[in-house]
Design a binder for this molecule. Structure first.
Ligand code: PMP
Length: 413
């Protein structure tokens, strides 16, 4: 993406209006949540102004409009991730809910004592605690794959731990800490050969790189809208239709039923089977608009731009003696969240001092405590870059790392 194009893109983001915001912000916390372009905010607002009614309920003009808007959003998302049909797209609140839906409606029903669940040490707590719960309830065993010395999944360890007892593999598409993008196609292929189903946590992958459900061939894929330019409270669970239609509902209530009798009920198929109650229609429309916006820029351009910016940031950080960095060097595919520590200084202090210079980075364990423990650190800082960031912003961030050291009385070696 050329710089003049980025200048234009940045006009779409109101948080960059220093006067209205009350201060300048160099936003490097995109992995926590992205900023939202004005067209997304306008799409949500227009929906509530001119199309608001409860979809799938009733026959009047507005409810038909709302249904169309909601179902068109589902179709856009199906196309965006190349699902076979929009029936494979379930609206949820976020990745966490999508993973819980699989745990409750698939795993608790299908796993039994001594079956095995395989995850990696990279996983976000939402892809960890969910399986702790399933293991506790079913008696299945949770096994964990560790990393190679480039902060990526050790595929030999994966192959060793994948056995005929493995019934479910759940792996991140991109780590929110190390940015590693495991070879999910290979993981799916190996897991299917062993008869296991595969869940991909796509929260940090879908916003940054083109994903293709038919190519990846995973059974489930979870997405959070708010990390990809959309409002909070809207997420996606992709699932293969034949698996979804054989799963029990997750929640019970209106719209997911076929018939309700006094003593029992029957249910629709996917996707409505999993969408009990009134849904976040504005959120779905916002997500569809965000996808339209990203596709206009081009997912390959987004990935390339973020890759260039993060490669630049990593190469500069590598030169600083007081920085420890937890990022795969020279990886074929990699995300743009860069976890690091400033030697001798607690990450929260680093983040607070950087905040004084208008720089927003995350500090803590980033909902990945087991990974931090594995890396033998308590916490880290994370600068996560989006396509709408600039090289100048990265330079300011790098410059102010020196101020972090100076503020606390440390030298620059
Ligand atoms: N997985 C990964 C890799 C994430 O980065 C996050 C969000 N930090 C989640 C899952 C959970 O997303 P949400 O809070 O939107 O459910």
């Amino acid at each position: 993406l050329l710089d003049d194009k980025i200048v234009k893109i940045r006009e779409d983001f109101s948080y960059l209006d220093e006067q209205k915001l009350g201060r300048k912000i160099i936003y490097l916390d995109n992995a926590a949540t992205s900023q939202k372009p004005n067209c997304v905010i306008d799409a949500v607002s227009d929906y509530y102004k001119y199309q608001n009614a409860n979809p799938h309920r009733g026959a009047h003009y507005l409810t038909v409009k709302a249904t169309e808007a909601y179902e068109n959003a589902r179709s856009s998302i199906a196309k965006f991730i190349n699902a076979k049909s929009s029936d494979e797209i379930i609206f949820t609140r976020n990745t966490t809910e999508s993973l819980n839906l699989i745990a409750y409606s698939y795993a608790l029903e299908n796993l039994k004592k001594d079956d095995e669940i395989l995850i990696t040490i990279l996983e976000h707590h939402s892809n960890f605690t969910t399986w702790h719960y399933v293991a506790e309830k079913t008696g299945a065993k949770l096994k964990i794959v560790y990393l190679d010395d480039n902060f990526s999944v050790d595929m030999t360890d994966f192959e060793n731990k994948l056995t005929s007892k493995t019934k479910l593999v759940s792996v991140t598409g991109a780590s929110n800490v190390t940015s590693c993008m495991p070879d999910i196609e290979k993981i799916v292929e190996l897991s299917h050969k062993n008869g296991a189903i595969v869940v991909v946590d796509g929260a940090q992958l879908a916003p940054h790189k083109k994903v293709d459900m038919q190519k990846i061939n995973c059974d489930f894929f979870a997405i959070s809208g708010h990390k990809m330019l959309s409002p909070m409270g809207i997420g996606i669970l992709y699932g293969k239709k034949d698996i979804l239609d054989n799963m029990k509902p997750f929640m019970y209530g209106g719209e997911m039923i076929e018939y309700v009798y006094e003593d029992y009920s029957t249910f629709t198929l996917s996707p409505t089977r999993f969408e009990a109650g009134t849904m976040n229609v504005g959120g779905a429309i916002g997500l569809a608009k965000a996808i339209e916006y990203m596709e206009a820029i081009g997912m390959d351009n987004i990935y390339e731009r973020e890759r260039q910016l993060s490669e630049y940031a990593v190469s500069q950080l590598n030169k600083i003696p007081y920085i420890d960095i937890y990022y795969p060097q020279n990886a074929k595919n990699v995300g743009s969240a860069i976890a690091f520590n400033v030697k001798e200084i607690h990450p929260h202090d680093v983040a607070s001092i950087l905040d004084n210079f208008n720089i927003a980075v995350r500090s803590g364990h980033h909902c990945a405590m087991p990974l931090h423990k594995y890396l033998k650190i308590n916490a880290s800082c994370r600068a996560s870059i989006s396509f709408y960031n600039t090289k100048q912003e990265i330079d300011e961030f790098l410059t102010h790392l020196e101020d972090v050291r100076r503020t606390l009385g440390y030298g620059l070696e």
